[in-house]
Design a protein around this ligand. Sequence first.
Ligand SMILES: NC(=O)c1ccc[n+]([C@@H]2O[C@H](COP(=O)([O-])OP(=O)(O)OC[C@H]3O[C@@H](n4cnc5c(N)ncnc54)[C@H](OP(=O)(O)O)[C@@H]3O)[C@@H](O)[C@H]2O)c1
Length: 275
Amino acid sequence: MPQTRDDSNASPVEPRKIYDLAGLTSIVTGSSRGIGAGIAFELARRGANVVVNYTSSASQSLAESVISTIEKCGSGARAVAIQANIVTTEGQNKIVQAALDLSKEGKINIIVHNAGNADDCYLPDVTEDFYEMQTDLNVKAPTFLTQKVIPHMPRGGRIILVSSASARMGVAQQTVYAATKASNESFSRVWATELGQSKGITVNCVNPGPVATDGYFNSTQEFLDDLKPLIDSTPAAARVGEVRDIAPIVGFLASEESRWVTGSTISACGGLIFF
Ligand SMILES: NC(=O)c1ccc[n+]([C@@H]2O[C@H](COP(=O)([O-])OP(=O)(O)OC[C@H]3O[C@@H](n4cnc5c(N)ncnc54)[C@H](OP(=O)(O)O)[C@@H]3O)[C@@H](O)[C@H]2O)c1
């Protein structure tokens, strides 16, 4: 049937609901700190229940403080902290079960693949262990965690991958990190196709530039030195990003407002590189 003109364009824009994710349940991997914690707050601020995930015992108190901030934010969102290594089947099952327990309807509406570890390593120093650590975290874990989430994700579901501007930059010491982050962009395109018309799910990727988190400040001095001139000439401002520069983009992608955006990669780097 031919498409007809959409007269709804002439209607006034509906005012934005504050709690536009109320009643939905989300998973944010790696959300004890940094960008993931900011995303967990953003989704909860909009009303979504959140599974806050982390892996190291040292981060338990950080994860608990994320939960306590969420519970005080006034949106009615509920949250649970789950210590689980997303690389393992056991860890993936634990996270999915926690989300199903948190949801009143046994559904998982949003998953944000955020956990990462930006270790730097020149090509001659790359070991098989290092290669496996990065590919496990950035390629294997999102693949198999998504596979486990899909049966519980209703139409309107949202899959968001936190990749990196590094996927396109060519900065030294990022052979494996950059390649695996580029795979996240590919996931968003392939999964957008596979899960779009058939399941009503959108899939998108967000690529932050450098952001002031533990992950960034743990980088090697050579890496930080290489980035300095780029940061100084960043068009939006001569600074690294802040968590609050990234989290609202993920909030938008998780919402109904983004329903016509899928398979895309959104640059979140102040114009450090253009794409
Ligand atoms: N910061 C940047 O400059 C920057 C730039 C571009 C892209 N990114 C990407 O943004 C994401 C977040 O970066 P960030 O800087 O906020 O990281 P971060 O401060 O280093 O925090 C990493 C988070 O991931 C979790 N994590 C690591 N391995 C895990 C595993 N196997 N299973 C479960 N959780 C795991 C950590 O848990 P624990 O607390 O238990 O260790 C922590 O919650 C990453 O994907 C990163 O590649 C960051």
